[in-house]
Design a protein around this ligand. Structure first.
Ligand SMILES: *[C@@H]1O[C@H](CO)[C@@H](O)[C@H](O)[C@H]1NC(C)=O
Ligand SMILES: *[C@@H]1O[C@H](CO)[C@@H](O)[C@H](O)[C@H]1NC(C)=O
Ligand SMILES: *[C@@H]1O[C@H](CO)[C@@H](O)[C@H](O)[C@H]1NC(C)=O
Ligand SMILES: *[C@@H]1O[C@H](CO)[C@@H](O)[C@H](O)[C@H]1NC(C)=O
Ligand SMILES: *[C@@H]1O[C@H](CO)[C@@H](O)[C@H](O)[C@H]1NC(C)=O
Ligand SMILES: *[C@@H]1O[C@H](CO)[C@@H](O)[C@H](O)[C@H]1NC(C)=O
Ligand SMILES: [Cu+2]
Length: 563
């Protein structure tokens, strides 16, 4: 199989070195994280966060079984951390990256090496997980190739298409605008631009197809707010991978990719080269009202069969019955893992409402998430048997302690007028069912009477599920991976506004097995962050020193205004 990585044409892999010959191959990646000044959308020059003085950041390519050594140097004026999205980090929960969940951020001028083994194959991405730095550019695809002899699918070339949204303003300003009750909706920043492989989506290098060949396209949505509808008018797609999980091939015409989700599709080229074609990546968010020229934004890339051939002029009806959009619950995991039998069922409502601080914040079951004063993992490691009591993690962590090997069923109701892409760290979960959300408020007529859809045959697994507006989703996973795992909305602004919870999985096992490198505790000490005790750094349920948790003062109606 010939692996042609189109990205290789656009970038030099200067920072990736492969050491052969050891027991496992080491993939060494050097990231000096710092500010850069870039014009990514073709219009606005702005400050952003890049690596080694550049943005976009080259993708990381490795093979299953390799060990990643990601050397970070922090040239920013604030702390930073890096998360490998979708990797289970089995045995290495302290390498997962989210600041104040599993580590203290790496301080300015600090260095740290993230080391972990690649035990999964598929399409992932690596991104900042401190102060929402991913929104300002700190994000890159991570592809973990299967060993050639074990690859379950036949294809001739492997093509990576990374998708991003990009805004004129820095993230901090967008967050300020969103939280300001006096700003209009959508706030001024609301209309993003679309980037493909790091550049203005319409300037991307064409794809080259040859008659009879089959291409694997890897689609990674690294956006912080918006969705991409992806289609190849004139070609069919066979979905074969979702969030790193291989699936039975399913033929579709279009995929609506939520922020943080990934797909691989096989596309077989036509037998003749009499026409050239396009692909279509449409940036949109169904909660931002259409506005001509601003949203949705359609990006088209060329698929060249023959430079002299005309463009195929067939038109596609996207709204028509014959056009099939992917519904992820129809997919089946290739490993045929049967439905898990739930040992424990948890039910949550997510949403946006007015809190006692006077702000509209997001929540899980009326609790708006805020990080504790001690990284949650360090509370789990330092509290002895009390670590099994969910309350020690504090009033705003939404922490749930899970017993080792328990099967968990989570039902999340979303009685809001917008979808939320929820991401679970440390696991892929089975998607069991979608249906109409329980809601205390009237659900608009066009969303009433939505049928319940269950998986067929065997459930699919993934790590990021987009819960449609006015819907619920039921998911299951086995608590077989001791660690501290966030479960949060991957729209950065929603995460910031408190749409998050966390699972503290088998802290008793962690206490027996996990050793934190001293350098990680040092990051905390240099920033005056405690590394032992409960969420406030105190004993048991003494939370003195923590801010008072905001409470719900009024339910908003069915309409929610946040973006
Ligand atoms: C980081 O290092 C630079 C160059 O040595 C220095 O000017 C700056 O003050 C340092 N910043 C911090 C926060 O230590
Ligand atoms: C919003 O406007 C009101 C009335 O003009 C003003 O009192 C308030 O301070 C403003 N709030 C913010 C966050 O700017
Ligand atoms: C691109 O796709 C969108 C739907 O996502 C559709 O509305 C639009 O017409 C398409 N444009 C082209 C040129 O295919
Ligand atoms: C991209 O190019 C297509 C085809 O020329 C055009 O229709 C579309 O408006 C362009 N998109 C943007 C966002 O400029
Ligand atoms: C959230 O608060 C509302 C009152 O505003 C209440 O009706 C509802 O039961 C609460 N939900 C939970 C899970 O506590
Ligand atoms: C909220 O509910 C009311 C009453 O059912 C309905 O008229 C309105 O369209 C809904 N608004 C939204 C934004 O869903
Ligand atoms: Cu959300």
């Amino acid at each position: 199989m010939l692996l042609t990585i189109l990205w290789a044409i656009q970038f030099l892999f200067a920072s990736v070195v492969l050491f052969q010959g050891a027991l496992t191959d080491r993939v060494v990646v050097d990231w000096d994280i710092g500010y850069v000044s870039v014009n990514r959308d073709g219009i606005n020059l702005r400050r952003a966060i890049g690596v080694n003085g550049k943005l976009p950041i080259p993708p990381i390519m490795a093979t299953v079984g390799d060990t990643i050594e990601l050397n970070v140097y922090n040239s920013l004026d604030k702390s930073t951390s890096v998360h490998a999205h979708g990797l289970f980090q089995r045995g290495t929960t302290h390498m997962d990256g989210p600041a104040m969940a599993t580590q203290c951020g790496i301080p300015p001028n600090g260095t740290f090496t993230y080391i972990y083994n690649l035990e999964q194959t598929g399409t992932y991405w690596v991104h900042g997980h401190d102060n929402h730095q991913n929104s300002d550019g700190l994000r890159a695809p991570l592809v973990v190739y299967e060993k050639a002899e074990s690859e379950p699918y036949n294809y001739d070339e492997d093509i990576l298409l990374s998708l991003e949204d990009w805004f004129k303003e820095e993230y901090a300003e967008r967050e300020r605008q969103t939280l300001d009750p006096n700003e209009s909706f959508p706030p001024p920043h609301g209309y993003g631009f679309g980037l493909i492989n790091g550049f203005n989506g319409n300037d991307t290098e064409p794809l080259h197809f040859q008659p009879g060949k089959t291409y694997r396209l890897r689609l990674v949505n690294m956006a912080s707010l918006m969705w991409f509808q992806f289609s190849l008018p004139g070609h069919k797609m066979q979905v074969i991978e979702v969030d790193g999980i291989n699936t039975e091939a399913l033929e579709v015409d279009g995929i609506n990719i939520a922020p943080a989700q990934r797909y691989s599709v096989l596309v077989t080229a036509h037998d003749s080269n009499e026409f050239n074609y396009i692909y279509n990546a449409t940036l949109h968010a169904n909660f931002i009202p259409p506005s001509p020229g601003l949203t949705p934004r359609v990006y088209t890339g060329k698929i060249i069969y023959n430079p002299d051939a005309p463009q195929n002029q067939d038109t596609v009806c996207y709204e028509c019955q014959g056009f099939k959009w992917l519904d992820d619950i129809e997919l089946q995991s290739l490993d045929k893992e049967p439905e898990l039998v739930a040992d424990r069922q948890l039910e949550y409502e997510i949403g946006n409402q007015l809190f006692s601080t006077g702000q509209r914040l997001d929540h899980f079951n009326n609790v708006t998430f805020a990080h504790a004063k001690v990284p949650t993992l360090y509370t789990a490691l330092s509290m002895g048997s009390q670590a099994m009591d969910s309350r020690v993690y504090g009033p705003q962590s939404n922490a749930v302690v899970l017993n080792h090997q328990e099967n968990i069923e989570l039902t999340i109701h979303n009685p809001n007028n917008m979808p939320h892409p929820l991401h679970l760290h440390g696991h892929a979960f089975q998607i069991i069912e979608y249906g109409q959300a329980n809601s205390r408020f009237p659900i608009p007529e066009e969303f009433q009477g939505v049928a319940t859809t269950r998986y067929v045959n065997m459930p699919v697994k993934r790590d990021t599920v987009s819960i449609p507006e006015y819907s619920y989703v039921k998911i299951r996973f086995c608590a077989d991976n001791p660690g501290v795992w966030l479960f949060h909305c991957h729209l950065d602004i929603h995460f910031a506004m408190g749409m998050a919870m966390m699972f503290v999985e088998a802290p008793d096992v962690l206490q027996e097995t996990l050793k934190i490198p001293n350098a990680m505790y040092e990051f905390c000490h240099t920033q005056d962050i405690a590394t032992v005790g409960n969420a406030a750094g105190n004993k048991l349920l003494d939370f003195s020193g923590l801010q008072q948790a905001p409470t719900v003062v009024e339910r908003v109606s069915n309409s929610s205004v946040s973006d």
